[in-house]
Design a protein around this ligand. Structure first.
Ligand code: C5P
Length: 250
């Protein structure tokens, strides 16, 4: 269990453009239940007994606004540094990881846990942070996830069902995803080497979460801990009223 002695950095991602939202501003700044979307994760981290600091990742053009209108306005003192967002999510995480390494020598702090969380998932409750923290302490790497309610199928190139796994083994993966610092950093350095050699980031388009990077480049087993069905990623307009209701119940 984490407490005021927890050593846990949250890399909070808000570097996306939110194209699928089709809104007049980046989705992290959309008002939902009276607050900008990114405010909720920042508030959860600020109040958390698990997280002791936050590295925020924001698009270069949003950093000044973020500092003035979100961080200062909300007095989010746990945000220790801001990294610039990248072209793809995995590049944004990489920038967060590189900034983390400037602030910490993880060889001297082997117990430090680093979590990555999508700022587009505002339903960040303390019990989920706790489960992720404990999973990472015990197994080095873990993800929050929920059992899939739907049957999931893998399609072939022609759009026909190729493989339908038994639903009892299918989980929908969310964030937070939590790792021992050395495990996360080592894996992302290997990914960065491959990215530097690739002509375009498209080659790594299979990377849609952080556990995949750690599993692929570090061969680390990823433990699954219980997420929450309300921990959805706000992606399209339809998600806004649903999330508004969830947030009012917190
Ligand atoms: O694009 P997707 O919905 O998977 O984004 C998940 C999270 O990653 C969002 O919080 C978004 O702001 C962040 N992201 C980022 N940099 C990118 C793309 C997405 O920080 N280039």
């Amino acid at each position: 269990m984490g407490n005021e002695m927890s050593h846990c950095t949250v890399i909070l991602l808000a570097g996306g453009s939110g194209k699928r939202m089709c809104a007049d501003r980046p989705k992290q700044f959309l008002e939902i239940a009276g607050r900008p979307l990114i405010w909720y994760s920042l508030d959860a981290i600020q109040k958390s007994e698990i997280a002791d600091e936050c590295i925020l990742v924001a698009a270069a053009g949003d950093i000044a606004y973020m500092k003035e209108h979100i961080l200062r306005a909300g007095n989010f003192t746990k945000v220790r540094a801001i990294a610039e967002g990248g072209r793809e999510r995995f590049e944004s995480v990489l920038n967060g990881v590189l900034l983390f390494e400037k602030l910490h020598d993880y060889n001297k702090e082997p117990e430090r846990i680093v979590m990555v969380h999508d700022g587009a998932r505002p339903y960040l409750i303390e019990s989920m942070l706790e489960r992720c923290f404990e999973g990472a302490v015990k197994y080095s790497a873990c993800v929050a996830a929920v059992p899939s309610k739907d049957t999931v199928t893998i399609a072939d190139e022609d759009g026909f069902e190729a493989q339908t796994p038994n639903r009892k083994y299918v989980w929908n993966v969310q964030t937070p995803q939590a790792f021992k610092a050395d495990v996360l950093c080592t894996a992302f350095h290997k990914m960065a080497d491959e990215l530097n050699e690739a002509e375009s980031p498209d080659k790594l388009s299979w990377i849609t979460d952080d556990a995949s990077v750690v599993k692929y480049y570090n061969d680390t087993k990823i433990c699954i801990v219980r997420g929450d069905y309300k921990n959805i990623k706000v992606t399209t307009q339809d998600d806004l009223p649903v999330m508004e209701k969830f947030l009012k119940d917190i």
